[in-house]
Design a protein. Structure first.
Length: 131
């Protein structure tokens, strides 16, 4: 390529330092280049969730069968007592990382990426009658 441009300059078809600058650019481009890329990501969730349903220190009580009227609806009470606790806790976590490194020539490239996700979920779900 350089020879073609030098010939064009010699014939007067091109002026300036065209052939020389092209040669210098080609020389600079072929130099080795190094690159490094580093990336990291961390996601941590710690949840302590208790769900309790209880009857505590009420003394003696009696559950009788009856039909109750509530907001225009008849509710039949069979005379039983149920104490129930539910816990539907959910935890979501996302962590991502990306690293890109590009070198050219005989240079080296290094890319390092890491991600860590930790979820800790504790708690108590219970239902009881005490006292």
């Amino acid at each position: 390529m350089s020879a073609v441009l030098q010939e064009a300059v010699a014939k007067g078809k091109l002026t300036g330092k065209v052939a020389g600058s092209t040669s210098e650019t080609a020389q600079k481009t072929s130099q080795s280049k190094s690159a490094i890329g580093v990336s990291g990501s961390v996601a941590v969730n710690v949840v302590d969730d208790d769900a309790r349903a209880y009857i505590l220190n009420t003394g003696a009580f009696t559950v009788t069968a009856a039909t109750e009227h509530f907001n225009g609806t008849d509710i039949d009470n069979s005379g039983t007592l149920t104490v129930k606790a539910l816990n539907s806790t959910s935890v979501g976590s996302l962590a991502g990382a990306a690293a890109f490194a590009k070198g050219s020539g005989s240079g080296s490239s290094t890319g390092i990426a890491g991600a860590l996700g930790v979820d800790v979920l504790t708690g108590v779900t219970d239902a009881f009658i005490d006292g």
